[in-house]
Write a protein that binds this ligand. Sequence first.
Ligand SMILES: Nc1nc2c(ncn2[C@@H]2O[C@H](COP(=O)(O)OP(=O)(O)OP(=O)(O)O)[C@@H](O)[C@H]2O)c(=O)[nH]1
Ligand SMILES: [Mg+2]
Length: 698
Amino acid sequence: MLCGAALAYVDRPRRAKSRKKGVAMPNAGNFHRVIALVGPQSSGKTALLEALLRQTGKLGARPQNGGRVFGDTSAEAKAREMGTEINVARTTFMGDTYSFIDCPGAIELMQESKNALAGVDAAVIVTESDTDKFVSLSPILHYLDEIKCPRYIFVNKVDKASGSVQKLVTDLSLAVKQKLALRHLPLRQDDQITGYADLASERVYTYQDDGPSTVTDLPQEDDDRMSQARYGLLETLADFDDHLMEELLEDVTPPKDEVYRDLAMEVQEGLIIPVMLGSALHQNGVHRLLKALRHEVPSVEKHIARLGATDRTEPVLGQVIKTIQTSHAGKLSLVRLLKGSVKDGDTINGERVSGVFHLHGDKYEKCALGEAGDLVGLGHLDSVVTGDTIVSGKGASDPLPKPDIAPPVFNVAVNVADRSDEVKLSQALRKIVDEDPAIAVVHAQDTNQTLLQGQGEIHLQITLDRLTNRYGMHITTEAPMIPYKETIRKGTSHHSRYKKQSGGHGQFGDVVVKIAPLPLGSGFNFEQTITGGAIPKQYIPSVEAGVREYLNRGPLGFQVVDVGVTLTDGSFHAVDSSDMAFKTAGRLAMSEAMPECHPVLLEPVMKVSVMVPSEHTAKINGLISSRRGQILGFDARQGWPGWDEVQAFLPQSEMQDMIIEIRSMTAGAGTYINEFDHLSELSGRLADQVLTSQQAAE
Ligand SMILES: Nc1nc2c(ncn2[C@@H]2O[C@H](COP(=O)(O)OP(=O)(O)OP(=O)(O)O)[C@@H](O)[C@H]2O)c(=O)[nH]1
Ligand SMILES: [Mg+2]
């Protein structure tokens, strides 16, 4: 039974006692909360951030044109009118400090949310009331489950909502594992939501445009709805509180304190998810949300416990949730400080902190001290990256759990227009990857391309824009090349002689090679069966080197694999033979014989697992088949109720835009992982196309 445990309201850390005389404290309050705003794209997270800042007096009235005044200031965000990275804001409410982290909603940018969530006490999931879009909530909901982060759902844009709130809660409950606790009962006039009854406080509010809602009386016709909805809330809370359950069974009205306490405890334990309604644009429901956060969001101690770090003994402990390359202050590590305090000049992870900052939008304000619980920027910790644990002194031997990095699902090949910029490009890319660990840069050896890898087309376009906007790099892009290979279907034996007589020493190498196809996946094998010193031992490695050199580019223009070559015979010249001559002879023998060995094209085939909500599985099977895929089977996705995982083989050449289609079929929720599996023969029209474009590129 949870009833009777410590009161959440009094479970707060005490104000830090020792404060240096004359040093301004970084915050006016005594309790630091860090809260993330997450949720699908365009649900109104940044609008809610602005509303929270207005409500707490940190932002002036909304401009007449309704335009944005806070956040999304980067050139990439402005150009797309969307969040492209986190916006951090700091404000105070009733004596406490709040740092809000507004996360971008685009599914391709979800790593940014995951990184930020490592350092928050709670998350507010901002969603619209359009139930068709709830499926797109699954990835973030699942991640919040995984890290056991307390959370709220704020159903935004109620100014344009029309459906029934009960249906909304029922549909939402299909998307979550926890019990939903509807906190607000909407009140309507002419189909328009004009206010709400708070089911915990039993107060009724009428929305005011751009101002605090006013307390009113409950219209008589809503009496029954109100009683039923409040009973529904109490029943949900009573699922985890036997005492409350007894009261309900005995028809006893529970005291308000008990209801508030249960709410706080059950939110903190992740047992329930309160659902609140509002309109960020009109400042509606925002004050209630703040009050709920104030009373129910757990302290930083609970966050430490959630991370399993209660026993940590380091005087300072924190986690980096973002690396920011600022134009004027250099590298800043945005850190959730969990324990201890940090000031300028302190040693953290073996490096000297150069400046402690509070972040608010694009402003970095120097502060004297970063306190436990606070979100601070620490300057010039060069070796520290996103997700890292920071401690006082040398460095953390026992890191806190850090977000996993999503494997890339989209690639583009990049080049600098001016080759002399290559070093500059690799330096800029390193900084970009520090800021956004979902970006990877790899050199594809087979195709000799530099590949930028990430979570989708938009993700990579934003990254390329950053390279231009921040680092002045002019990048050209092209599609990644498919690392086709070739092999042979029949063997042969061939004699080649390389002989040159041009003044001085001549050149003489004479070899007989037997070429044979090898089973799939065998690679290359070289043997020799020379007898009687037909070729002196010292020249044999040179023959092999010549053969290998040839195999880099076979008769079709691709690397040759699954071939065995045996050097069976040959002859030499006491004066004119040399390593170089035998190497040339080996290469010559291959180039003369290989076209006769029935060369065939091989294409790389990936083993793919596509993860989608079950209602889309049939469509995904169709997509795989239409892309020459071979479905190996499908199963329920482990730990994801209502999801399937389809396993298939798919040619790599069919996968370049695969993620775009999967997302468009699944309201953005579906994704895949893949790895190279095998090479498979490609023949007919598709093979001809590959060979034609290969010849054209030569
Ligand atoms: N009618 C109405 N529109 C809203 C409300 N809140 C936000 N919007 C509008 O919804 C659009 C998206 O709002 P944003 O705040 O940028 O959404 P976001 O969730 O931050 O978007 P991303 O960061 O790109 O994921 C904007 O046009 C807002 O004006 C609301 O309460 N009512
Ligand atoms: Mg936004």
